[in-house]
Design a protein around this ligand. Structure first.
Ligand SMILES: [Fe+2]
Ligand SMILES: [Fe+2]
Length: 291
């Protein structure tokens, strides 16, 4: 039987990842060098097609609110700016370095969409609620569920049992994780974030994203990421297993002054419309391409 301590040791020891994949390190170096031109940076990012596609997806998210379609990396660099680009590349690389292909128990595409949507939503929510929009909000939103990837990849049997319990019993997803492992994906993600030496605020946001009332260091950040996560879940047509039983925490809502149901609904509605208009834009684009 695994104890929380043994799981923590395993999470922090088996993951012998380089701090960052080569491409991300290259991008960080280039961005930190004031002599780097946008076109040089664009060339380096473009060598990685998967990374390019994800950067463009984020740049084109309606939550960033750029009026024109951003179809090239060079243009994305100009509108996002070097620093935002660096954060995006780092967090995408971290999530990608963990991720495995979809299987019967894990939908990689749905997971990515949820991560990206949570990141852009957290950033947007921070802006709309008048908080300082820091890179940590986006990065935290993007990384908050990375514990799920860790469980899927490194705790295969436990992960499979958890998904079975989620499907076959009345337990919520978090209760199922507790019943099998004694810890949740939030703990696991936080341990990995520690191991990666991410800033303490981010470690806390990842660890507390389902229990924002326990946050001590940066309640704003934790509450924003918690709410963005739930918003993101609620916007998906097809719920994932790990969605089961997930709901807003009253502490986080009152911390963000979103505890008025009507206000909360209005935010939800306006974000939903943004996602919708995004989908329509994509369909229209595809349509014109065909014609
Ligand atoms: Fe989560
Ligand atoms: Fe989530």
């Amino acid at each position: 039987m695994m104890t929380p301590e043994s799981i923590r040791d395993k999470v922090q020891s088996i993951i012998q990842l380089p701090a960052l994949p080569t491409i991300a390190m290259e991008v960080v170096e280039l961005v930190d060098n004031p002599k780097t031109s946008a076109s040089r940076l664009g060339k380096v990012i473009s060598t990685d097609q998967a990374l390019t596609a994800k950067v463009l997806k984020i740049a084109n998210s309606p939550f960033y609110g750029f009026p024109r379609k951003i179809s090239t990396i060079d243009f994305a660099i100009i509108v996002l700016g070097y620093d935002a680009l660096k954060e995006i590349v780092i967090s995408i690389s971290l999530v990608s370095s963990l991720q495995r292909k979809s299987d019967a128990h894990f939908d990689a595409k749905a997971f990515w969409d949820h991560s990206i949507l949570s990141g852009v939503l957290a950033r947007r929510l921070a802006r709309d609620l008048g908080y300082r929009v820091s890179g940590e909000v986006f990065v935290g939103g993007l990384l908050h569920d990375m514990g799920i990837s860790v469980l899927h990849r490194y705790f295969k049997n436990e992960y499979r049992r958890m998904t079975e319990i989620i499907k076959e019993t009345d337990l919520t997803a978090l209760e199922a994780e507790e019943s099998v492992l004694g810890v949740t994906h939030a703990d696991v993600g936080g341990w990995l974030a520690e191991r990666w030496n991410l800033p303490n605020h981010l470690v806390e946001a990842i660890t507390m994203h389902h229990t924002p009332g326990l946050a001590k260091q940066n309640k704003d950040l934790v509450a924003l990421i918690h709410c963005a996560d739930i918003f993101a879940w609620r916007m998906k047509p097809q719920p994932m297993d790990f969605d089961k039983g997930v709901d807003f925490d009253p502490d986080a809502l009152s911390h963000l002054q979103l505890n008025d149901v009507q206000v909360l609904q209005e935010y939800m509605q306006s974000y939903r419309q943004l996602v919708q208009s995004d989908l329509e834009a994509v369909t229209q684009f595809d349509h014109t391409q065909e014609g």
